[in-house]
Structure formats: structure tokens, C-alpha cells
Design a binder for this molecule. Structure first.
Ligand code: AMP
Length: 420
């Protein structure tokens, strides 16, 4: 199928040509016709499938067609709510690129930065608003935003939205939306609570699904390295000796873990940066930009921070740890090999994570190829229950000791200050 078969405006086809998209992806083929026909859509699509264009293109077309009936300052007619700042920024960038030859203006708002530039843009008037839930409610409460003219509403990454605890915010936003509207609902997974939420938002939706989350794209080759916990860093350095790996997204379960990986890589003069919830928005944007420009070779991210990363042709993803939720791993792997590109996913498993590997293999119904010709093979055994208990006890004891020492030091410093 060609984009021109989808009854899109010539201006949109031209913008797609500029983006060098040759043909629609599966979700675009399935979702664009019903959205153009003003139907509600329940889309089950994993990141990297091209779902942003699947909703952005028909929305721009609707807005463009309504243009003549508009007069005065632009009113927000389309609202896209998405869980993370990175996703919000990327979605709006897509709107800008696709509406290049149309008279449709968009802006993006998200938390963690001063609101001035965002409220200025809103005051100038926009047709499309892309927002994260917290900042949206905040600016609504301050009177900068009215949702009274919304004709098109998109809830993106609904499953992640609920994972991140945004359900109450979403309910508050829904209350303010006009009843008469077109709604589009996208989620990578469709468990019961998501379906229930979708029923509160959509009317007789057309269901479209591509690549259920229990599958990873065919174009991604997956490799597994078994090793010991204390040798993961050495193994990572060993893998990075391969100069073909010039841009790799490394996943870490924790923020501290991410920082530690970056410190260890920098010690070996490997350019690395971390993005996670403790980093400011500016730091995150800067790291992402340098990574895209290949100035930073290794970007280490936690799952939530990485959720919004969209890098054309990212070839390598490395799981420094194996998540205990198999679906998280499938999301991680989805970061490479985007929109039909080839990708390579490397997972490193320590003994405690071996069982998670088996869960993932069950979910994707595929055995991951094990590479055992490396210098740091797994020799330790997973702990038994008794060892696990002792390990946890020791961890707690060390934590207590750490905080006690820190408080002692702090008290000492404060006393010192007090005397001066
Ligand atoms: P998304 O799933 O919306 O995050 O899109 C994933 C990536 O695929 C983005 O980098 C898009 O720019 C790209 N993309 C979207 N549609 C197409 C297409 N039809 N052909 C090639 N690339 C595309």
C-alpha cells in the first residue's frame, strides 16, 4: 500500500515525502482510514510501530479541513495526552514535521521546567496541544487552557500512564472534555484496567492492533550473555570493544545503577550519559541530543525515562539487568529496530535474573540465542531461599549503617556551622 491510497491531503503526502517515508506502517494502514472517517479508535500498538503518524496525520487533515470555519485567535481543537516529557516533545515534533505545508499550529507543555515559554505559546494560540497530565491540569487550573473546543482527543501510552499513577489526573481531564469529540486511545498492552478506562473514553471504537506486546519485531536479533553480578561491568566493557557498537541504549533498573554504569564507563574514557527521573529536563534533553548526534556513545536510561526516546535507526539496545516484568523487557527491546529497521538487543543476566530470562522467552515464545564464548561466564549459582534471606538482612544492616554514619557526619557538620 502507498500513502496516496489512504486519501490523505497532498500537503501531507508532500511532508511525508520530505520525511522519506516510502509506505505506511501496519498501524498507519489500519488506523488512518477509520480516524479520517471520524471513528473512535482503540489502538493496540507497541512503540516504534509508527503510531504517532497514525493519529497525527488524520488529525492534521481534520483541522486543515475545518480551517475555513475558524475566525479570530486559534483555539485548541486537538489534545494529545502522553505520560512522559520526552514522548510529548517527540509527538509535537512529529506534528510540526507533518503539518509543514498546512496551517496547523501546535505546542507542547510538560512539567519540570518554568512555565513562561509554554504559557506564551498558548497565549499566541494553537490548534494542537501535546501535554503531560500534571502540567496540563496545572495550566488549566491557572486559566491558561480551556478544553471547551476540543474536537479530537488522543490518550497515548495508556498502560504506562496508569503505571505511573496518572489515573486521577486523567479522570480530571476527561471531566473537562466536550462530550462531542473524536477519541483515540493507544496502549502497548490491553489488560482489564486499561480496557475499562478505554470504555469510559471511547464510543463504539474501531479496534486496531499490531505487534502485540508479547512479540518483538522480526527484524531484531536478540543475544543473551550469562555472567556473574560482579562481572557485569567488565562484560559491558568487553562488549564495547566492538567499534560497530557506536550508539547503544543501555537499560538499568535503578537510577543509582544508571549513574554507576556511567561513572564506570567514563573511567575507561567511554563517552556515556544517564537519563532518569533525578535529572533535570535540560540535562535529559542535552544527553539525548548528544546521543542522537553520536557525541555520546552510550546512553544509560531507566525504563520510565527511556519510554519516550525515539531515535531513528537505533541499532543497539543493551539490558544491563533483566527486568522481572517481562513486558518491560519487550518495551526495552522495542527501542531498537524501529519501523522495520534492523536492531540488535543484548541482554546480560546474573544468576538471580536467570528465571526472568525464562519468563521473557515464554512471553515472546522464542528462545534467545546464548553467547557463551566470552571471558566472563556465569559461575555463581542463584541463591537459595536461606541465602536470599541472609542477603536481604545484610543489605538492610548496611543501609542502616550507611544512614547512621551519614547522619552522624551531617550532625557534626551542622554543629561546626553553628559555632561559626
Ligand atoms: P512511533 O511509533 O510513532 O514512535 O514511530 C517510530 C519511528 O518510525 C519514528 O522515528 C518515526 O519517524 C518513524 N516512522 C513512522 N512512520 C513511518 C513510515 N511510514 N516509514 C518509515 N518510518 C516511519
Amino acid at each position: 500500500m502507498k500513502f496516496s491510497d489512504l486519501k490523505l491531503l497532498p500537503s501531507l503526502l508532500k511532508a511525508l515525502q520530505d520525511k522519506k517515508y516510502t509506505e505506511p506502517t501496519s498501524i498507519q494502514e489500519k488506523a488512518i482510514p477509520p480516524i479520517l472517517a471520524f471513528e473512535d479508535v482503540l489502538g493496540s500498538a507497541q512503540t516504534g510501530t509508527g503510531k504517532t503518524a497514525a493519529f497525527a496525520l488524520p488529525i492534521i487533515q481534520h483541522l486543515e479541513n475545518e480551517q475555513n470555519r475558524q475566525s479570530g485567535k486559534r483555539k485548541i481543537r486537538a489534545l494529545v495526552v502522553t505520560p512522559t516529557r520526552e514522548l510529548a516533545i517527540q509527538i509535537q515534533e512529529n506534528f510540526v514535521a507533518y503539518s509543514k505545508y498546512n496551517n496547523v499550529k501546535s505546542t507542547v507543555i510538560y512539567g519540570g521546567v518554568k512555565q513562561g515559554a509554554q504559557t506564551d505559546a498558548l497565549n499566541r494560540g494553537v490548534d494542537v496541544l501535546v501535554a503531560t497530565p500534571g502540567r496540563l491540569l496545572d495550566l488549566m487550573n491557572q486559566g491558561y487552557i480551556s478544553l471547551g473546543d476540543i474536537g479530537y482527543f488522543v490518550l497515548d501510552e495508556a498502560d504506562r500512564m496508569l503505571d505511573m499513577g496518572f489515573i486521577h489526573d486523567i479522570r480530571k481531564i476527561l471531566e473537562k472534555l466536550p462530550k462531542k469529540r473524536q477519541s483515540l486511545f493507544f496502549s502497548a498492552t490491553m489488560p482489564q484496567n486499561i480496557l475499562k478506562l478505554s470504555r469510559q473514553i471511547l464510543m463504539n471504537p474501531k479496534k486496531v492492533a499490531v505487534n502485540p506486546v508479547s512479540s518483538t519485531a522480526d527484524t531484531i536479533q536478540q543475544y543473551l550473555y550469562y555472567t556473574n553480578k560482579n562481572q557485569k561491568n567488565d562484560l559491558l566493557l568487553h562488549l564495547l570493544k566492538d567499534e560497530n557498537i557506536n550508539q547503544v541504549l543501555v537499560f538499568s533498573r535503578t537510577k543509582h545503577g544508571a549513574d554507576r554504569i556511567v561513572r564506570n564507563l567514563r573511567k575507561k574514557k567511554i563517552n556515556a550519559a544517564a537519563i532518569h527521573g533525578d535529572k533535570s529536563q535540560n540535562q535529559r534533553q542535552k544527553a539525548l541530543k548528544s546521543f542522537k548526534k553520536l557525541e555520546v556513545r552510550v546512553l544509560v536510561a531507566t525504563d520510565i525515562a527511556a519510554r519516550g526516546i525515539d531515535i531513528d535507526k537505533l541499532r543497539f539496545v543493551l539490558n544491563y539487568d533483566i527486568p522481572n516484568e517481562s513486558e518491560t523487557c519487550v518495551h526495552r527491546i522495542g527501542r531498537c529496530g524501529r519501523a522495520g529497521e534492523e536492531g540488535i538487543s543484548i541482554s546480560i543476566s546474573e544468576p538471580e535474573e536467570n528465571t526472568y530470562v525464562r519468563d521473557i522467552e515464554k512471553l515472546i515464545d522464542q528462545k534467545i540465542k546464548v553467547i557463551d564464548t566470552h571471558p566472563y561466564p556465569q559461575t555463581d549459582k542463584p541463591m537459595n531461599n536461606q541465602q536470599k534471606k541472609e542477603f536481604e538482612k545484610e543489605k538492610q544492616r548496611r543501609k542502616k549503617e550507611f544512614f547512621a554514619n551519614r547522619n552522624k557526619k551531617k550532625g557534626f557538620q551542622n554543629r561546626g556551622r553553628g559555632r561559626k
